[in-house]
Design a protein around this ligand. Structure first.
Ligand code: FAD
Length: 481
């Protein structure tokens, strides 16, 4: 086994989170090595399927990076600007608008740009390196081992390892058993997702199915059990179209309907269901026209630091539990991880305690609303299409729905909705469950507002969070039909 040398920081995984973590740490004067399995021309490719993603990101997340790192973004990486997002009910009769400028990315171009920033900031980049696991000494992470393109085994050592390997990370999974960073996550908190990028001819206009100016989300537990379908506009006559499903919801749906659908058959049915697109051709630039992969839709791993180890992006389950949007969280956490790792090295303390500030910074920047949103996601997965149709028409205004996706909890009570004539026992029970969920979201938001300031207060906090999430799962079992 060859010795690859000693660095201040190893960043494992050159996706969105990794390139930004490396760039930030290098700018803080640290000696950084960025390792990734892809050839340089394919930087950021998640799997053999490509850069599989819906590619939609809020403008505010792009602005965060611009400001923190004094960089600019434009075409070609920002492929198309969108005004906002519409979520449509299964019967397409109710539409909630979520305002806010966003972009659909040309993901390979975006990743290439981020790598350029990392290299330009001084990071050493090693492509075609397969990370195989952490090097542990006295239960502390002191480096990583893996194989280079000639299959030679190499060990790199560092003061801090930043894990940005995405959802399938071999680093987090191989940490020593510890009370801070969980090594596994519940399969029910993972969405199987897949999408196509198509070029098309438009048969006719119908904003319920395709909107040039907005991203569309179709809630429909028959078509996308436990998840949703999306049609995101790209530049020209191109779209990114796909669905995400929860495996458990899919299994329940299949059993009840006597069907054998899987993710791929459901994606294909969803595309066929849309009446607007004629002559669909897969847009296969970079061989990135079709692919599937997984997204975690839960709260962030409760602590993202452990002795000598930090995580950012999908390796820490950071995507938003309702939207599954993980690009923004990967950007924010990458920047903050790089910054905090550098500070911890300067302070000569890269223990869990010494790097705790990163947990606080990410929590404040984005993480603190996610546990509440996870409860809302669990609730949504317990509703069939009839209740979703009724509930979207009746339970919430667009403003209230939009607030929920921002982590702001609306004041809902049976009394507050006295003008609403609720009909049907299941609908009334769904509404009172929603009132309960709002209460739980408030409590979790408050708990995360007071995220433990130090390691010592962490154990009771985590215990209470886990208890509340488990309680929600028990109370609202997945029930797509
Ligand atoms: C179908 C789908 C649709 C999505 N749609 C959206 C969307 O519209 N908007 C949004 O915000 N988010 C979306 N997401 C989520 C988003 O894509 C992720 O949150 C984001 O890519 C996370 O970035 P990351 O840098 O943390 O991880 P990744 O993008 O997964 O990057 C990890 C990197 O590590 C490398 N790597 C992994 N293992 C190893 C190893 N052992 N050795 C060496 N290298 C390794 C990978 O090749 C890759 O380069 C979607 C996800 C999917 C699957």
């Amino acid at each position: 086994m060859r010795d690859g040398g000693e660095y201040d920081i190893i960043v494992a995984g050159a996706g969105i989170a990794g390139t930004l973590a490396a760039a930030m740490a290098s700018r803080k004067g640290k000696r950084v090595i960025l390792l990734d399995r892809n050839p340089e021309a394919q930087v950021g490719k998640k799997t053999i399927w490509g850069w599989t993603c819906g590619d939609a990101v809020a403008g505010s997340h792009i602005d965060f990076v611009k400001k923190k790192m004094s960089v600019t973004f434009g075409e070609p990486e920002l492929d198309r600007r969108v005004d906002g997002v519409y979520a449509l009910s299964p019967d397409l009769e109710t539409k909630f608008k979520f305002e806010g400028v966003g972009y659909t990315l040309d993901r390979p171009e975006f990743e290439a740009k981020l790598l350029k920033i990392a290299k330009g900031s001084g990071s050493e980049y090693v492509s075609e390196f397969e990370v195989q696991g952490p090097i542990l000494e006295d239960r502390r992470v002191v480096g990583v081992f893996g194989r280079d393109k000639s299959k030679e085994e190499i060990r790199y050592r560092s003061k801090v390892v930043i894990d940005t390997l995405g959802i399938s990370t071999v680093l987090r999974r191989n940490l020593p058993d510890n009370p801070f960073v969980d090594r596994t996550i519940d399969i029910d908190d993972v969405e199987s997702t897949g999408r196509y990028i198509y070029e098309f001819d438009l048969d006719h206009e119908d904003l319920a199915y395709y909107d040039r100016e907005n991203a569309l989300i179709h809630l429909n537990n028959m078509m996308a059990p436990g998840g949703y379908g999306w049609v995101f506009p790209k530049s020209g006559n191109r779209i990114n179209v796909g669905i995400g499903v929860q495996k458990k919801s899919l299994d329940i749906r299949n059993t009840k309907l006597g069907k054998k659908d899987n993710l791929q058959t459901l994606i294909d049915e969803y595309v066929k269901w849309n009446p607007l697109f004629k002559n669909l051709r897969i847009w296969n630039k970079n061989n990135n026209g079709k692919g599937s992969w997984s997204v975690a839709v839960r709260r962030p791993i409760e602590s993202m630091v452990f002795d000598g180890y930090m995580g950012a992006g999908d390796s820490m389950a950071l995507p938003n539990p309702i939207s599954a949007g993980g690009i923004g969280p990967a950007m924010l956490s990458g920047v903050l991880a790089g910054e905090n790792a550098a500070k911890a090295i300067e302070a000569n303390d890269t223990s869990t305690e010494g790097m705790w500030q990163y947990n606080l910074d990410y929590n404040q920047a984005y993480g603190k609303k996610m546990a509440g949103m996870e409860v809302f996601r669990i609730y949504l997965q317990s509703l069939n299409n009839d209740i979703l149709n009724y509930g979207m028409r009746t339970f919430l205004s667009t403003k209230e729905a939009s607030d929920i996706t921002l982590g702001i909890v609306p004041e809902l009570s049976l009394a507050s909705k006295f003008k609403m004539v609720l009909k049907g026992t299941r609908n009334i029970s769904a509404f009172s469950n929603l009132v309960h969920v709002m209460g739980r979201m408030k409590t979790l938001n408050q708990m995360y507002e007071n995220y433990p300031a130090s390691v010592k207060e962490f154990a009771p906090f985590k215990k209470q969070v886990v208890h509340m999430i488990e309680e929600a799962k028990e109370r609202f079992p997945s029930s797509p039909i």
